[in-house]
Design a protein around this ligand. Structure first.
Ligand code: ATP
Ligand code: MG
Ligand code: MG
Ligand code: MG
Length: 482
């Protein structure tokens, strides 16, 4: 089943259950305190927090999302994209736990010929909050999930709140068992690669009081109007239904991966095993496929590369994609080949990526060109520094690496790699120290800025998910392969 058909089937199912289909909002969230739309619920925040009266009591959507907090997982796990689509159904004071659980089970397990996704029941595991006996009883007694496939988790995994006084409540998640070839038995508790989380059902039920963070707080009482917020990862379901190994091999992403393989002349082997010699290259191709798509969708939604905020995230995605291609052996401009592949894979659902492609591609190609120039000029400076360090019999100083990064925009991993090629070590601890100092300065600035904003309460959960606070180009993840 194609991704597009999954989305359509989702909407059809919930519309048939009385939900209003709401088109995806932009990736650029309308609230200034939130960089991106990180979940399907974001456009509904005013209704979920009862600040505004919703025009419907049931809604459904397939929402475009960006989670920059997951960037270092991309390509290494099977299930994390920086861009993905979250299918959701929402109830504003209408149905609650039993409704949400019954709908989820019905849609997942109804045979494909009858409008469902046809997943075998015995492959599905569920988790509940350990004190949520009500959800447990619904799963076990009403739906009939065997008790041994229901696991109980604590606050950290199965409780939602904003991190501040406001709505809160337990969640229940559905996992798909990919089978013994993918890991050890024992449910999501034992192995989150074999058992892939596909759907989160949040039961907004309580009024949360003061407390610390997401785990240590008091519950003041029940909410007068209880809400349902659910989210299923479209790409994760597509990966299962299309019988592929990971989300980067699904129909909306794979063509870019194939193009990266073609351009580099490297074979993509689909391995998840870090010990496999093909793993590093496979990860790079998956990163390229993910990041190119995210860049396409971000520019399509009006983001342009810059040195801060959303534009910086876009810049970083493009640079990481270019960098990964370079590590695959391609040093010329790659986006003119890769971006059209992503456009063609996405235009069925998002026709604007085609109609607006002249603008989108102009921005993307210019950014790549600028980065290639940065690489060229940084390389000249680095080569001089290498000669000087060698003559002095020292390693390449941390200050030099920092200047290359900070002034020339030359990534540290490139410095490390090229210095190593020249037989020179880099004083990384000093580089790190300088980066930390810079980050602390930036965070202090950000804090001062933020204090000026109005009520940020409802966004704290999103902030704490690591998707909002942007600390700079320094989170380069030099440990990662790209
Ligand atoms: P995980 O534990 O796998 O990181 P999550 O618990 O952070 O997922 P939720 O915040 O519960 O995810 O989001 C709801 C659903 O959205 C998830 O069950 C998953 O199917 C999907 N999802 C979340 N993050 C991503 C991502 N980075 N890429 C693709 N799908 C995602
Ligand atoms: Mg996550
Ligand atoms: Mg999770
Ligand atoms: Mg979850």
């Amino acid at each position: 089943m194609k991704s597009q058909d999954i989305a359509r089937r989702w909407i059809d199912f919930f519309v048939a259950k009385g939900h209003t289909a709401v088109p995806s909002a932009s990736l650029v969230s309308s609230d200034p305190s939130l960089l991106f739309t990180v979940a399907g619920m974001v456009p509904f925040i005013p209704y979920l927090t009862a600040r505004e009266e919703p025009p419907y009591t049931r809604a459904t959507s397939v929402q475009k999302c960006i989670r920059t907090g997951d960037i270092d997982e991309v390509g290494k796990t099977v299930r994390h994209g920086t861009f993905f689509q979250m299918c959701g159904n929402f109830s504003f004071g209408d149905y609650f736990k039993e409704g949400a659980i019954s709908y989820a089970w019905e849609l997942l397990t109804t045979p494909v010929e009858q409008g469902g996704f046809g997943l075998p029941q015995e492959r599905l595991w569920v988790t509940v909050y350990h004190e949520d006996d009500e959800a447990l009883a619904i799963w076990r007694d009403k739906i009939g999930v065997p008790a041994e496939r229901i696991q109980k988790f604590g606050k950290k995994d199965n409780y939602w709140s904003t991190g501040q006084p406001g709505p809160a409540g337990p969640c229940s998640e559905i996992f798909y068992d990919r089978g013994p070839a993918y890991g050890i038995e024992g449910g999501p508790e034992a192995d989150d690669t074999r058992y892939v989380e596909i759907w989160n059902l949040v039961f907004m039920q309580y009024q949360r009081g003061e407390g610390i963070g997401k785990e240590d707080f008091e519950i003041l009482g029940e909410l007068p109007k209880k809400n349902i917020d659910t989210g299923l990862g479209l790409e994760r379901l597509a990966m299962i239904l299309q019988g592929v190994e990971n989300m980067y091999e699904t129909d909306q992403v794979r063509p870019v991966l194939d193009k990266a393989a073609e351009l580099s002349g490297k074979e993509y082997t689909s391995t998840e095993d870090p010990a496999d010699p093909h793993h590093a290259d496979d990860v790079r191709m998956r990163v390229v496929a993910d990041h190119v798509r995210s860049a396409l969708m971000l520019i399509s939604d009006g983001v342009v590369p810059s040195n801060e905020g959303r534009g910086y995230v876009l810049r970083r995605l493009i640079r990481r994609a270019v960098r990964a291609m370079r590590l695959l052996g391609v040093e010329t401009a790659v986006l003119p080949e890769l971006l059209p592949a992503s456009r063609d894979a996405m235009k069925g659902v998002y026709p604007e990526v085609e109609t607006d492609f002249a603008r989108i591609s102009r921005i993307a190609y210019a950014e790549e060109k600028a980065f290639l120039r940065t690489i060229a000029s940084g390389t000249a400076r680095l080569e001089e520094a290498v000669v000087a360090s060698k003559a002095a019999g020292t390693q390449l100083s941390g200050e030099e690496a920092f200047t290359l990064h900070d002034t020339y925009g030359f990534p540290i991993d490139l410095t490390l790699e090229m210095a190593a090629e020249a037989g020179l070590a880099v004083d990384e601890p000093t580089f790190r120290k300088l980066m930390t100092e810079q980050r602390e300065r930036a965070q202090k600035d950000a804090r001062q800025k933020k204090a000026g904003h109005a009520d940020l309460t409802v966004f704290t959960q999103l902030h704490s998910a690591g998707d909002v606070v942007f600390t700079g180009y320094d989170e380069l993840s030099t440990e990662s392969a790209v």
